[in-house]
Design a protein around this ligand. Structure first.
Ligand SMILES: *Cc1c(COP(=O)(O)O)cnc(C)c1O
Length: 240
């Protein structure tokens, strides 16, 4: 068994335990393997172990991996689903629209409009989540909760996008309850939108260190990198 295969197995058990603890069915929570900084081989190994959905933060790096894997994936007849989960500048939207299946970090209408205009006609609509900033972190991306409804209405009206849900990345909080409280804010916003007539089915939250709290708060998709692929190399610091 490869390390990645073993990690995936351990992670599936961890998610199953978190679901059992929260009184939820394990089928309610899917696993997005975050492959940023890891090469195509790592993705292939995870794929061989049954993983189908992968997340990338950096558009350029993600597209290179998508292209590298497309041919072998098509030969095997099983397609990988690619999610963009990082912030995207206007000049990168076309790369996202032409290569990814999902875009989870939409927080501005302008980006959504470009993605809709640039989504090729021969591809299915781009599946979209709105990134919401639940803890008010000033430097972080994400739409403020009080601006969420108008953004959701505008995005839902775009022809080549399909609004699926919300995504959030709260700051690490001290302890399970505090972390869960942040995730519960996202859950509340998600339910309010559905009460308003949206048919959202995806609440993307929880990572390697906090997935139990996210699952307890209603996450339907955990995004896990290190617990699948191992530690990422530290940030490269520029020479002094
Ligand atoms: C890196 C990243 C993850 C995965 O984080 P890990 O701590 O490696 O599990 C999930 N979501 C986003 C948006 C990320 O950037």
């Amino acid at each position: 068994m490869t390390t990645i295969e073993g990690n995936l197995q351990g992670l599936r058990e961890r998610i199953a335990r978190a679901c059992a603890q929260a009184g939820r069915e394990v089928e309610e929570v899917s696993l997005l393997a975050v492959s940023k900084t890891f090469g195509p081989d790592a993705v292939r190994q995870a794929q061989a172990a049954g993983q189908r959905s992968f997340g990338e933060n950096y558009v350029q790096e993600g597209v290179e991996k998508i292209l590298a894997l497309r041919e072998s994936a098509a030969l095997q007849g099983d397609l990988i689903e690619w999610h963009c989960i990082g912030p995207v500048q206007s000049n990168k939207t076309r790369l996202v629209a032409t290569h990814f299946d999902w875009m989870q970090s939409v927080d501005r209408l302008k980006i959504a409009q470009r993605l809709s205009e640039q989504r090729p006609e021969d591809m299915p609509p781009l599946q979209v989540c709105l990134q919401v900033n639940v803890d008010g972190g000033l430097t972080k991306s994400g739409v403020a909760p009080n601006a969420l409804l108008p953004l959701a209405e505008a995005v839902a009206a775009l022809p080549r996008l399909r609004l699926r849900g919300l995504m959030c990345i709260p700051e690490p909080a001290e302890g399970f309850e505090a972390q869960q409280a942040l995730f519960l804010q996202a859950r509340g916003l998600f339910e309010r939108l559905n009460d308003d007539g949206f048919a959202l089915d995806t609440l993307s939250m929880g990572m390697s260190d906090d997935l139990e709290a996210a699952v307890a708060a209603g996450s339907t998709m955990v995004r896990v990198g290190r617990a699948v692929f191992g530690g990422r190399p530290g940030k490269v610091t520029s020479p002094a």
